[in-house]
Design a protein around this ligand. Structure first.
Ligand SMILES: NC(=O)c1ccc[n+]([C@@H]2O[C@H](COP(=O)([O-])OP(=O)(O)OC[C@H]3O[C@@H](n4cnc5c(N)ncnc54)[C@H](OP(=O)(O)O)[C@@H]3O)[C@@H](O)[C@H]2O)c1
Length: 229
């Protein structure tokens, strides 16, 4: 059990993913606030349609009133996020690098090998956990199951921060999914587009096995297997 109790969730990004996670979090009993990149007013109407019951605010207000922040914005927009706003915050990086629309983003990836390392570098001081990126927004509701269900889907969560990972695991479980935590944050590569985990839908044992295989294959010189946190 995490020492960070999550009941208030901020979601940055009012697109397909942000509104789907907002609905799922509301359904799970969380207090949810969503924000776009600017003035909340234009966001209210879409939120009433796509995620009724979810509060709308500026990004700064949403973050300030939350224990957990979900980033569901296009990766090229990362630079538009103020690192100070997210310093010290537990942040789920649900973003993917989708090359056909996002482009190569060479500056973002200079010196790093995973999207979440790039995110953590920009958001210095944030407690980043890579999660919720390898489930389609349309599956957030159709695939959720009660805890203990035999066909419960598992989602991976990569982080360097044990407490943040535990808080995220509790949140993701509340949405209706098993969680397979893994360290380090760079192991998030194993759940990015192009990976087996990204392409499929698996239970906990299979996600754990694929994380182990994928991270060992990505780091052949390292004897460090992904470790539960
Ligand atoms: N499609 C999927 O099933 C799926 C699944 C998992 C993860 N993802 C990833 O999730 C991310 C979002 O995807 P999407 O399909 O939901 O995108 P989308 O529909 O294009 O929505 C993007 C949203 O991000 C907002 N935004 C941009 N910059 C922002 C900022 N600085 N602060 C707050 N909000 C900001 C935009 O608001 P404005 O209009 O105000 O700019 C817009 O509401 C992407 O990285 C994607 O790869 C997608």
């Amino acid at each position: 059990m995490s020492s960070v109790a999550v009941s208030r969730v901020a979601i940055l990004g009012v697109g397909k993913v942000g509104t789907a996670i907002a609905r799922a979090a509301l359904h799970a009993g969380h207090e949810v606030t969503i924000a776009g990149s600017g003035d909340p007013e234009p966001v209210r109407f879409i939120t009433e349609i796509m995620a009724p019951g979810v509060a709308v605010a500026t990004a700064a207000e949403a973050v300030a009133g939350s224990e957990l922040v979900v980033l569901s914005i296009p990766l090229p927009k990362l630079a538009s996020l103020d690192p100070e706003m997210l310093r010290g915050r537990i942040v789920i990086d649900a973003m993917n690098h989708w090359q056909p629309t996002d482009g190569a983003l060479p500056e973002l990836f200079a010196g790093v090998t995973s999207t979440s390392e790039a995110v953590a570098r920009h958001l210095e001081g944030a407690r980043v956990v890579k999660a919720l990126n390898h489930i389609g927004y349309h599956e957030m509701e159709s695939d959720r199951r009660e805890e203990g269900a035999a066909d419960r889907r598992a989602l991976a969560a990569a982080s360097d921060d044990r407490e943040a990972a535990e808080a995220v695991a509790g949140f993701v479980s509340s949405l209706g999914f098993d969680v397979q935590p893994v360290t380090p944050l760079a192991a998030g590569r194993a759940l990015e587009p192009g990976s087996e985990i990204f392409a499929g839908s698996f239970g906990a044992v299979d996600v754990a096995e694929r994380l182990r295989e994928a991270t060992l294959a990505l780091e052949p010189a390292s004897a460090t297997a992904p470790t539960p946190v």
